[in-house]
Design a protein around this ligand. Structure first.
Ligand code: ZN
Length: 403
């Protein structure tokens, strides 16, 4: 079902996906601060597929005033941010595709839920909302423009939540879906301002940018010691607390994942994304300590296009892995078409981790295939048990799908 639908949509949506920069000027009705912030927009390479952007309200609520302009400004700024980080990381001027309206705003679908807003809360979880969103997207051919969906819901207003303390709704990324919130001061004019609204914007816009990252396939990562020194805080680490106030960046590892994701590929790409079910085969793997570096070598089946190694301390679970330090591998092909991935990991880049002198650590090998699927293999190790120039036991590859 999904493959057939995607094929039809791919054909129908070829004409869409131009960024604002590619289309020309920033829309006249955008507020002055947004125009200033978008004045140095780069021309993005048009994307084949576009993010489904949904504004979802319960049947007893209305959207917050001016949401289409406000959210459009915030999304277009974020599209530029991702695009500029892709360029800085040598991945070309690609960003996530957005469907645009004739007036220069982002196509935001207003979906009115069948039930009151309290039935779509953080407590009830995202499923009631997502079921209705998926039904809406599938009701009209061509309405769904990719497998990635971003749902924005207005804050609750009750004894706990209001426009100065928004909340009450799902706020996280999950697979190719992510959830964020809207409130009256959610407006790019507050970005970087030393005001209550400015600090609030960093919290919720940083969160919006970070959760969107998850919805675009990104796992958590901290950044190497060198990258953190040069570029600030990784968005997929604690960057949701710095975005807009202090330098916040996407790691090369993040950008390499994005480069092989459905929303970032160029117009005309015909790849059907996320169809691979079985993990690729790892034919040879070695993980060694050589002096003050760790050396990873992998030879895999040809469909592997990207491998990122992550080193972290315990705990290793999702949402406790903000400290995972990423090391994208150098990729090459053998004469018989196999993929070889290698990387040297200087221990000096891991100084923010606790256990580099001994204690539990883990290597996570994230393998990405040419149709965007990710598979993760975790290898526990302890540096104090590995002699210099000695090998670390990788065991048999056991992959988990996703992130
Ligand atoms: Zn996160």
């Amino acid at each position: 079902m999904r493959r057939m639908r995607m094929k039809a949509i791919t054909v129908m949506m070829c004409a869409l996906g131009l960024s604002v920069a590619a289309m020309g000027a920033v829309p006249e009705h955008f507020q002055p601060r947004a125009k200033e912030l978008l004045a140095d927009s780069i021309e993005l390479i048009p994307s084949e597929n576009q993010l489904n952007v949904i504004y979802f309200v319960g049947n007893d609520r209305e959207p917050i005033a001016d949401y289409e302009r406000r959210i459009s400004e915030l999304l277009i700024y974020l599209q530029q941010y991702y695009g500029k980080e892709m360029v800085r990381n040598g991945q070309g001027a690609h960003s996530f595709g957005l469907s645009m309206k004739d007036n220069g705003e982002v196509q935001i679908h207003l979906v009115r839920g069948k039930k009151p807003h309290t039935e779509y809360s953080y407590g009830t979880g995202h499923n009631p909302c997502l079921e209705e969103v998926n039904a809406y997207l599938d009701a009209v051919p061509g309405r769904r423009t990719s497998q990635h969906t971003f749902v924005i819901m207005p804050t609750h207003y009750d004894e706990e939540y209001n426009d100065l303390n928004p909340g009450g709704v799902p706020f996280y990324g999950l697979g190719t879906n992510c959830f964020a919130l809207d409130y009256a001061h959610f407006d790019i004019k507050h970005i970087g301002q030393p005001t209550k609204e400015g600090r609030l914007l960093t919290k919720w816009y940083g969160g919006f940018a970070h959760e969107l990252g998850h919805g675009l396939n990104l796992p958590h990562n901290l950044g190497t010691a060198s990258d953190n020194k040069a570029h600030g805080t990784a968005l997929m680490g604690a960057g949701n607390y710095t975005f807009g106030f202090r330098p916040t960046y996407l790691t090369l590892a993040s950008c390499r994942i994005l480069a092989h994701s459905e929303l970032f590929v160029s117009k005309g790409t015909t790849t059907k994304f996320y169809t691979q079910v079985e993990a690729p085969t790892v034919e040879t793997a070695s993980f060694k300590r050589v002096g003050d570096t760790l050396e990873l070598y992998l030879r895999t089946t040809p469909e592997v296009v990207n491998v990122n190694a992550y080193i972290q301390d315990p705990p290793f679970e999702v949402n406790r892995d903000y400290d995972a330090v990423p090391f994208p591998c150098s990729m090459s092909k053998t004469a018989d078409g196999k993929t070889v991935a290698t990387v040297s990991i200087p221990l000096a880049e891991l100084i923010e981790l606790k256990n580099t002198e001994g204690g539990a650590m883990a290597l996570d090998v994230l393998i990405q295939t040419n149709e965007g699927s990710r598979f993760r293999w975790r290898v526990p190790f302890d540096l104090k048990n590995v002699p210099a120039d000695g090998s670390i036991d990788m065991g048999q590859p056991v992959f988990r799908r996703g992130y």
